[in-house]
Design a protein around this ligand. Structure first.
Ligand code: N01
Length: 558
């Protein structure tokens, strides 16, 4: 599995098993394998699961599909691939995306570099040999010059601990960790906890076959219809004939996705025209609803107009007045402060007789028992409880690994007051360790395919440039890192994000002090330009050197 490069064989420097060790074999891990191998580095990916696919391998719940259109949620690195792969629907289903990932791995012969069923438990930087020592759950030890953490932002399923959970005799499932064999809800009494993107997709599907479905909601969610449909040949041809240009435009679009961007400001648009535009977008479906006007994320008035429109739609759809009121997002919650959901018949599902709704802010979950679940006011007899409670986002999978950098300092210790990175790509004191779509980058605010490709291309170019210059050590400056994170937080102050409690925030509840925005919200285009500029100027903000420099580090750091 581990192959030595010619350069490594000839190198007089301390030997490593592999030039680049990649953690994770989802979209990011596969691309890292491909690009770094193309560049002549030896590569190995370790994947905890028994199969590849990352988040699309784990999230097999009914109704799971992507909310970025399939023609845009795909790799752009190979013209042949994008011309030959056929997407069938506007929004691809989880099984189709997984088939695509498997196809890519086969087509580019990546599987031979992937070791499955292997969880990385620790990664320790060894200063004396300038290498990362990786330890796996199987006790395997691998030394790598570079470590690429392609661990995903939404991979560590969050399972809240309700008292009595272990006593439940029925089935407990988590949307982010769904059984591969599937699950049959037919005739069952089911509760779903959580109404984010996963819950909103799963709830209408579960309701179709369950005997009863009770949704336990903490916060009412903004959702717009997906209007999913089969793609027709003309549409696909239009994309394929113009892919090169469309992809390039997407790389500089605010979120890396092409929408019809409204140029007018809602604030300056007469009310009837505003409503007409929102209606048009509602009928078209998809998150492009939020691009109706250019000021929805910058103006509270425009944002409220978009929110009011959705609230009015919910009022039209949901018949029961109590459910309607509970499902209506508060006017104090800006649209887009959390990721907008995209659904197929979500609000309509609450008109079904077998579907009930409990507001757990008013009627909190007390605990789980042998045969069901109790809230303060109600007792539910259940066969199955589905947790759609999300993930330990962005940093969750990294935090599961015991990562030690210079002087044995752990990443957990370094990030105890919230995550910090330079450019979202590296952490000061953790040399040669690259993050993919990490905190401080646009990450989950964007089309992840665009962000993943940009990061992997940047990382590959960076290590190639180091190799050209005879360097093999890179570590960002603490000062550059602090400034980057401060600037990212200031940028977010102009957006609706800080006005909501969402998982975009590192907050005192999640161990961060002060409360900070975790991502870069200036858009993928601006972010790409900054990263490109850093590379062109030979990486200011990074300490780059050759291994003898590493040997010269002060004793207290080695
Ligand atoms: O997770 P979430 P998700 N007790 O964190 C509630 C991507 N994704 O898996 O809002 C009770 O958004 C929580 O309540 P609240 C996409 O980026 C994409 O749904 O915090 N409830 C919320 O309702 C998405 O944004 C796609 O008050 C608890 C829900 O659980 C991201 O994944 C599909 C609770 C969690 O929502 C995450 O989505 C699916 C507790 N202790 C996912 N803890 C598509 O592409 C949490 N909740 C379409």
């Amino acid at each position: 599995m581990i192959e030595k490069s010619k350069a490594a064989e000839e190198s007089p420097a301390p030997e490593v098993d592999v030039d680049a060790l990649i953690v994770g074999a989802g979209f990011a891990g596969l691309l890292a394998l491909y690009k770094l191998r193309q560049a002549g580095f030896t590569v190995l990916a370790l994947e905890a699961s028994e199969s590849i696919g990352g988040v699309w391998n784990w999230n097999r719940y009914p109704g799971a599909r992507c909310d970025v259109e399939s023609m845009q949620y795909s790799y752009s690195f190979s013209e042949e691939l994008q011309q030959t792969w056929e997407w069938s629907e506007r929004y691809a289903t989880q099984p189709e995306i997984l088939r695509y990932i498997e196809h890519v791995a086969d087509r580019f012969d990546l599987n031979r570099h992937i070791q499955l069923n292997t969880r990385v438990v620790s990664a320790t930087y060894q200063a004396h040999e300038n290498a990362w020592q990786i330890q796996t759950n199987e006790g395997q030890e691998i030394r790598a010059r570079f470590c690429i953490m392609a661990t995903g932002c939404l991979s560590a399923a969050r399972m809240p601990e309700f008292p009595g959970k272990e006593k439940f005799k029925g089935d407990i499932l988590h949307t982010g960790h769904w059984p591969k064999s599937g699950y049959d809800f037919t005739g069952k009494n089911v509760a779903v906890i959580g109404t984010g993107s996963s819950g909103i997709q799963a709830i209408p599907m579960i309701a179709k076959t369950a005997n009863s479905l009770t949704v336990l909601q903490r916060t009412a969610t903004y959702s717009v219809p997906a209007r999913n449909r089969m793609l027709d040949e003309t549409e696909k041809r239009a994309w394929k004939e113009n892919y090169a240009q469309l992809r390039e435009t997407a790389r500089y679009a605010p979120s890396g996705t092409l929408y019809e961007f409204g140029e007018r400001k809602a604030e300056e648009t007469p009310l009837q025209d505003q409503t007409d535009e929102f209606e048009k977008r509602w009928a078209k479906g998809g998150p492009g609803f939020l691009r109706a006007f250019s000021d929805i994320s910058s103006s509270q008035i425009a944002n409220k107009a978009a929110g009011d429109f959705i609230r009015a739609k919910i009022a039209d759809i949901v018949k029961d007045p109590e459910k309607r009121s509970l499902l209506t997002p508060a006017t104090t919650l800006p649209v887009g402060s959390k990721r907008i959901c995209v659904d197929t018949g979500y609000f309509e599902t609450f008109n079904r007789e077998n579907v009930d709704l409990i507001d757990i802010r008013n009627d909190p979950i007390k605990g789980i028992e042998e045969n069901g679940l109790s809230t303060k006011k109600r007792k539910l007899d259940l066969d199955c409880i589905v947790f759609a409670t999300g993930f330990d986002v962005i940093v969750g999978s990294l935090m599961k690994i015991d990562i030690k950098g210079l002087a044995g300092r752990t990443l957990r210790e370094k990030w105890k007051n919230g995550p910090g990175t330079y450019l979202g790509l590296m952490v000061a004191g953790f040399p040669n360790l690259f993050l993919v779509t990490g905190p401080g980058s646009p990450s989950v605010l964007t089309n992840m395919m665009v962000s993943i490709e940009q990061h992997i291309e940047w990382i590959t170019a960076c290590v190639e440039s180091m190799r050209r210059q005879g360097n093999d050590y890179i570590d960002p400056d603490e000062a550059a890192e602090s400034k980057w994170m401060d600037d990212a937080n200031s940028l977010a102050e102009t957006m609706p994000f800080l006005r909501a409690n969402s998982w975009y925030m590192a907050s005192p509840e999640s161990g961060s002090s002060p409360r900070r925005f975790m991502l870069y919200s200036g858009g993928v285009g601006k972010y790409r330009e900054i990263c490109e500029q850093v590379a062109q100027q030979n990486y200011p903000g990074f300490n780059i050197g050759a291994r003898h420099v590493v040997c010269d580090v002060p004793a207290e750091l080695s």
